[in-house]
Design a protein around this ligand. Structure first.
Ligand SMILES: C[S@@+](CC[C@H](N)C(=O)[O-])C[C@H]1O[C@@H](n2cnc3c(N)ncnc32)[C@H](O)[C@@H]1O
Length: 676
């Protein structure tokens, strides 16, 4: 509707899908509209950046304001002037908008109205004009009244990606669902296609994977998952490329913009919400940033509309709020207050600055969590409430990657293990297996721990006292008992497989089910940089996450502390294999961020785990909680044995707590193939 159209004004028409006006007009007419009980769905306001705030009817269900903002103009969301203005206006009975169309449809309807070439402008044009939306009556009349929009982005225009990268092997389609508690049927569906390990075949000689559970990659490279359709389309066709030279593996560098809406907007009701931010002034409203679209297209919508479309978003908001509230109590307020507000409410001109590093954190949070969801795993978020340093750069993978040659070696070793099948369950051994009568798991520990094995397989230097080896048994809830814990003891957990005849929900199958709790990769300080914090409460003894990375063969003298390789990302094996490590320096999951603490909250446990006996058997590393870890608390481990810690001031000063006197054998190291 256009108020100044001949013969029509707000006295004769009392509702409209879209109102268009200048900010001056808005100031003059608003009270009149309110008195009339005028109902509207969208407002397009020219030069909106000149006003301090656009006020929307507080109890309106679906009305919104489209603010046409020239680039680099900041909307001040919480100024005193704004507050007093809203208070003055709210004394008048507010407008209750009629629910004519859902917000996203209204948006794409508006921007896809480019029938005559006058709308929309490209983002560059928008930046160079003070009147970015050249809307007029003829333009508006071309808007499709029933809210239908041009066809979705031409999917054929997007080249299909070769399936030889780390992330595309975890595709779950264009899913938008966060599994909270999975049903057995859902777990079973995921398990059928679940990847258990990735073979790295640099030569490219392997053409076919022996099982869909064991994908082959030629190079360690994370790319945008195919299932994130719009992110891939944005990468291919989007009108804006981030100017930073930094490439984040698996994260798009190119995005759709407002200028692309007419061509690629499609049915925005089906767009995928990437992140949501609360509105501090209107608790019923949120800002939504969409996947594959730049931050300037972030949109204000009612919570009702958003939750109806994407119910999981409600949980995201609640979890973020809870995590940030915990951070405010755990950290010095002055260090985190601004950043916490930014995480919840945006602000600081973020909506007008798509280059802002903040948006890269949002991309990583969504895309890595997407990979997790495809595997039935909870979220991983990236947050920095302390400064605006760049987020970490690495290739994300929820499974280990191993060279073909090393996997073959394990398969040979497994022939020796075949004799385990002949072993019976040790009498009197406690097992939490659902099927105690048929569970043979403890025989496996006995095989690895047999007396003659050290003589056969381990160099003298690696022989250890049998008595320090512990076969850790979970209780009926899958928790380990850490009574009398000594970080230097060697521990092993043997999990059940299909050979035991138990279900995937058996308490002795923790690691193979994958990351159990949502976690946040959180900027700790300038020395430790990123660490890991709990997004959900974790109980003492519970499995938290697997430590994934690349399985590397190392010489015995390379294990632990060496000065020409950053071994702080290595997790070692002590019982199953003393010659390999899992290193997460280049590729891994959230566990790679755990910082060292001299009194840690979690520990590594070497784990014999495979879901099916037909899966390859490689030693794996579990992370278990040594104590209850509340939301917002740090998940730390002890990187080094006591005898490896330094006696003098060299290496790296330990910053696990303010007064720690220890020095860690971590030496400054620059990798040749540093991803920078
Ligand atoms: C496995 S990485 C952990 C992730 C890393 N902080 C990051 O941002 O990628 C280990 C590195 O974290 C830092 N770090 C972890 N714990 C530390 C501690 N207690 N004191 C000092 N630095 C620590 C050291 O720089 C170490 O080399």
């Amino acid at each position: 509707m256009v108020f100044d159209a001949p013969g029509k004004d707000e006295n004769t028409i009392k509702q409209a899908k879209i109102i268009v006006m200048t900010c001056t007009h808005a100031a003059l007419r608003r009270n009149k509209l309110v008195k009339l009980g005028f109902k509207y769905d969208n407002m397009v306001m020219e030069e909106a950046a000149q006003i301090l705030e656009t006020s929307t009817p507080p109890n309106s269900k679906s009305s919104t304001v489209i603010m046409a903002r020239p680039k680099n103009t900041q909307i001040l969301r919480s100024s005193k002037a704004l507050t007093s203005r809203i208070q003055t206006q709210s004394s008048v009975q507010p407008v209750r908008a009629q629910s004519v169309a859902t917000r996203p449809q209204a948006r794409s309807t508006l921007f896809s109205s480019n029938q005559n070439g006058s709308v929309p402008l490209t983002s560059d044009q928008r930046a160079s004009t003070s009147s970015p939306f050249n809307l007029n009556a003829s333009t508006l009349s071309s808007i499709n009244q029933n809210g239908s929009v041009p066809s979705s982005p031409n999917q054929n225009q997007v080249k299909s990606k070769p399936v030889d990268n780390i992330q595309t092997v975890f595709d779950a389609g264009d899913c938008d669902i966060v599994p909270t508690e999975l049903t057995i049927a859902e777990i079973e569906t995921i398990n059928q296609t679940k990847k258990v390990i990735c073979i790295l075949d640099v030569s490219g000689a392997l053409t076919h994977a022996s099982s869909p559970r064991i994908p082959i990659v030629k190079v360690i490279e994370a790319r945008i998952p195919n299932g994130c359709l719009v992110a891939n389309q944005g990468q291919e066709l989007g009108g804006w490329t981030r100017s930073t030279n930094v490439d984040y593996p698996g994260i798009p560098s190119r995005y759709f913009t407002i200028g692309d809406l007419a061509k690629y907007g499609g049915d925005s009701a089906t767009w995928t919400i990437q992140s949501v931010f609360e509105n501090p002034n209107y608790p019923d409203w949120v800002f939504t940033k969409y996947l594959g679209w730049d931050a300037l297209t972030a949109w204000e919508e009612t919570k009702n509309d958003v939750f109806k479309k994407s119910p999981h978003v409600e949980k995201w908001i609640a979890m973020k709020k809870c995590f940030l509230a915990a951070i405010m109590t755990l950290e010095p307020k002055n260090l985190v207050e601004t950043g916490v507000k930014r995480e919840r409410f945006l602000g600081d001109g973020l909506l007008t600055n798509k280059e802002h590093v903040f948006w890269i954190y949002q991309e990583m949070s969504y895309l890595h969590s997407f990979v997790n969801r495809a595997n039935g795993l909870p979220s991983i978020w990236y947050m920095n409430v302390k400064n605006l340093n760049e987020p970490p750069k690495f290739h994300y993978s929820v499974v280990n990657v191993i060279e073909k040659r090393l996997l073959d070696e394990y398969q040979k070793q497994e022939e020796g293990l075949q004799q385990v099948k002949k072993l019976k369950r040790s009498t009197g051994t406690r097992t939490a297996c659902e099927n105690p009568e048929t569970c043979v798991r403890d025989s496996i520990f006995e095989y690895y721990n047999r007396k003659d094995r050290d003589d056969e397989e381990l160099p003298d230097a690696d022989k250890i006292e049998e008595s320090t080896r512990k076969n850790m048994q979970p209780d009926a809830f899958g928790r380990l008992d850490f009574k009398g814990f000594d970080a230097d003891d060697q521990r092993m957990v043997v999990e059940c497989s299909d050979a035991c005849g138990c279900s995937i929900n058996c308490p002795r199958r923790q690691l193979q089910r994958g990351q159990k709790f949502g976690v946040v990769v959180y900027y700790e300080d300038d020395c430790r940089r990123f660490g890991l914090r709990a997004l959900e409460p974790i109980e003492k003894g519970q499995f938290i996450i697997e430590y994934t990375g690349q399985i590397l063969e190392v010489e015995p003298e390379e294990i632990g502390v060496i000065e020409d390789r950053d071994t702080s990302y290595d997790a070692e094996f002590a019982i199953m294999d003393r010659r390999k490590v899992v290193t997460a320096i280049n590729i891994g999951n959230a566990a790679r961020f755990m910082a060292h603490a001299c009194t840690p909250s979690a520990t590594f446990i070497e784990t014999h785990s495979r879901q099916l006996v037909s899966d390859p058997l490689i030693p794996r590393i579990s992370v278990y909680a040594l104590k209850d870890i509340n939301v917002g608390e740090e998940i730390t481990i002890k990187y080094f044995r006591q005898d490896q810690m330094l006696k003098k001031k060299e290496g790296t000063k330990c910053r696990c707590r303010a007064k720690c006197k220890n020095w860690l054998p971590i030496y400054p190291y620059e990798s040749d193939d540093d991803m920078e």
